[in-house]
Design a protein around this ligand. Structure first.
Ligand code: TYD
Ligand code: MG
Length: 459
């Protein structure tokens, strides 16, 4: 018998090493290598010439995959129209954010329409899950439960009569026999996921995997899983907010960066159909430094308030604090305002916040951030009922962005009357009064001319 080969796997990045070392070459983390015995190593049988594959034409049948609709609109949309049979979906998020709740609600929603669903938890007992279901008003849902960490047992039990959907909560508690590593290590997580992915493909089961994110942002393990699964959803939220945002970061069966919005209530997660109203809900009249950005999240327009505070700094290096946006992007907008528009921002502390816990990722927010900064600097509120969007370039130019029509339509729906936007040859028809700008300096002039100073202007 061949001697068993030992491998050392980095628990941070998943890199495989032949020898143990104190530091992983791939990601540089210390003390992160753990020993692993590769499953089924050296068992390949080349003598028989291997298995023959059947090749098919590219131009074959092209039916869209049938979807399992959970009935939770926000989840179905983020998935691209529901769960796909034979696909594996990873739902990552901080502990306590509501992953188990979402999964249980999704299974109950599905089971109510007929398909067989199984929920396996390695974290809670059957009684605890039943208690949660009762609290969610789902006590009568025909979902089958098991409390175990043994993935092989789950797969063996379900192989003969596979359900439509299997949820495993969580992948950190999953255990595969024969892997000499503790649950939650990369080796165990990968082995468990491998087993479940093969089960999903072979039996045409949609598998939902729940994964916890650790404090450092690495979903210990799940990061390693991202390339093994078909779809990766992140469930996020701010402490103190009851909103929960579900985002697709990878989706083989739909669009990425689609956003689902939920509210955590005492009876579970409730989809929010009108996120703009939610994010603008706490806005207080005309305040200097506040600007409404007409953004796009995935395929849907979302209006959100950008807040800025600019104050004289006592520090040699002024403070720049950003929540909900990219710090590098803020530095760029500040530099362009300073250099191209002559605004004195260098010696000032700048705080930028996207209200409501949303994280904006599009460059289209540049112009709204600039407007909030100028407004904060001059102590002058923006004209009321005005939305802003557009990308800013280093030369101080304002560039067109995608989906102008959808942004304007959403702003009109919520009662806004004006839009500051990039100047383009053709503007879509809109009930809003457009304020097209080609250069950032035109925005500065617009803000200075239209809005009368209320607060005290900084010298
Ligand atoms: P949970 O789904 O257990 O989170 P995760 O699986 O991501 O760790 O949700 C836990 C939190 O949600 C818990 O702090 C209580 C809260 N919660 C509600 O507010 N309402 C509810 O109906 C439920 C079931 C939980
Ligand atoms: Mg949980």
């Amino acid at each position: 018998m061949a001697r068993e080969r030992r491998l050392y796997v980095c628990q941070g990045c998943g890199a495989v090493h032949a020898r143990w070392a104190g530091r992983c070459d791939a990601c540089g983390s210390w003390n992160s290598l753990a020993e692993e015995t590769p499953a089924g190593a050296g068992r390949r049988d080349r003598a028989r010439g291997g298995r023959r594959l059947e090749l098919v034409a590219l131009a074959g049948r092209t039916e869209p995959p049938p979807r399992l609709v959970t009935g939770i609109g926000e989840l179905d949309r983020v998935l691209g129209g529901g769960l796909v049979r034979g696909s594996v979906v990873l739902i990552g998020g901080d502990p306590g954010i509501g992953k188990s709740t979402l999964v249980l609600q999704a299974l109950a929603g599905l089971a109510a329409t007929g398909p067989r669903t199984v929920y396996v938890s390695g974290e809670e007992s059957v009684a605890q899950i039943q208690l949660r279901a009762r609290r969610l008003g789902l006590a009568d849902a025909p979902v089958e439960l098991a409390a175990t960490t043994e993935v092989e047992a789950v797969v063996d039990t379900l192989a003969a009569d596979p359900p439509a959907v299997l949820a495993v909560d969580s992948v950190q508690t999953a255990m595969v026999e024969g892997i000499e590593a503790a649950p939650g290590t990369v080796s165990q997580i990968r082995a468990a996921a491998d087993l479940l992915v093969r089960f999903a493909k072979r039996r045409e089961v949609a598998v939902l995997l729940v994964g916890h994110v650790t404090k450092e942002g690495q979903i210990a393990g799940p990061r390693v899983l991202e390339h093994m699964v078909d779809t990766v959803l992140y469930f996020e939220g701010e402490r103190g907010h009851q909103y929960r945002l579900l985002r697709a970061v990878k989706n083989r069966f739909g669009a990425t960066h689609e956003l689902g919005v939920f509210e955590m209530r005492d009876r579970g997660l409730v989809p929010v159909d009108d996120p703009s109203a939610l994010f603008l809900g706490d806005r207080r009249g005309r305040v200097a430094g506040s600007c409404v950005f007409a953004g796009i999240e995935g395929t849907r327009p979302v209006l959100v308030e950008v807040q800025a505070l600019v104050s004289p700094s006592v520090l040699a290096t002024p403070r720049r604090t950003v929540v909900g946006w990219d710090a590098g992007r803020l530095a760029m907008v500040l530099a362009v305002l300073e250099t191209r528009c002559g605004l004195p921002l260098a010696g000032r502390d700048v705080y930028l916040n996207v209200a409501g816990g949303l994280r904006i990722q599009e460059p289209a927010a540049d112009l709204a951030v600039a407007a909030a900064l100028v407004s904060a600097l001059h102590g002058t509120p923006l004209p009321p009922e005005c939305v802003v969007f557009g990308e800013v370039g280093l030369a101080g130019e304002v560039r067109p962005v995608a989906m102008t029509e959808a942004r304007l339509a959403e702003a009109a729906r919520l009662g806004f009357e004006r839009a500051v936007l990039p100047r383009t040859p053709r503007l879509p028809a809109t009930p809003l009064e457009p304020v097209p700008v080609r250069r950032l300096v035109e925005l500065v002039r617009f803000l200075a001319g239209d809005a009368r100073p209320r607060g005290r202007a900084l010298p």
